[in-house]
Design a protein around this ligand. Structure first.
Ligand SMILES: CC(C)(COP(=O)(O)OP(=O)(O)OC[C@H]1O[C@@H](n2cnc3c(N)ncnc32)[C@H](O)[C@@H]1OP(=O)(O)O)[C@@H](O)C(=O)NCCC(=O)NCCS
Length: 147
């Protein structure tokens, strides 16, 4: 079952998102992040639930800043999506995405944006299977400001 996340889902969401191949931050930090997302009107957190267990989630945000490859505003942006390892390959992420897409449509969005690491082959394949097109490849830089 796919549904909108509730406050009581926050610990399970944080645990799922703390996995090394998801957001990798400590669960206690992620609990605060998810609580913030649930309170945000620009965000949707959808969960996949199976026999009372949260097995996946997706977070999309209505973005009004520039989103590569899009022309409209707001754009629905797939900020994160993950399925517990033992439940992958069964259509859960697709179902989560379709739920998010319906929400985005209701909010007036006509385009989706997303990104993933070049090395994340599963995520790349997922995006292509869902109908995304590759727009560009970028390299991120950072530098300390000299004192
Ligand atoms: C990416 C991820 C969310 C996919 O979840 P999933 O539930 O296994 O995906 P689904 O079973 O719903 O697959 C949806 C489509 O993507 C494709 N796909 C998903 N994982 C794939 C993989 N590893 N290799 C090839 N194709 C894949 C499927 O073939 C499927 O296409 P179809 O519906 O046309 O058959 C999951 O692998 C995951 O949680 N990865 C770790 C977190 C992550 O990297 N998230 C994305 C960050 S940008």
């Amino acid at each position: 079952m796919i549904r909108i996340a509730e406050k009581t889902d926050v610990p399970a969401l944080a645990k799922l998102a703390s996995a090394p191949d998801v957001w990798c931050d400590p669960p206690e930090e992620l609990e605060g992040d998810f609580a913030g997302l649930l309170a945000s009107e620009k965000d949707l957190v959808a969960v996949a639930e199976k026999e009372g267990r949260i097995i996946g989630f997706a977070n999309i945000r209505l973005r009004t800043d520039y989103v590569a490859g899009t022309k409209s505003s707001p754009v629905a942006y797939l900020e994160g999506i993950a399925v517990a390892e033992e439940f992958r390959g069964k259509g859960t992420a697709r179902a989560l995405f379709e739920f998010c897409q319906s929400w985005a449509k209701e909010k007036g969005c006509t385009e989706f944006g997303s990104d993933c690491l070049i090395t994340n082959e599963a995520s790349y394949a997922f995006h292509m299977a869902l109908g995304f097109k590759e727009i560009e490849r970028t390299v991120h830089f950072a530098k300390k400001i000299e004192e």
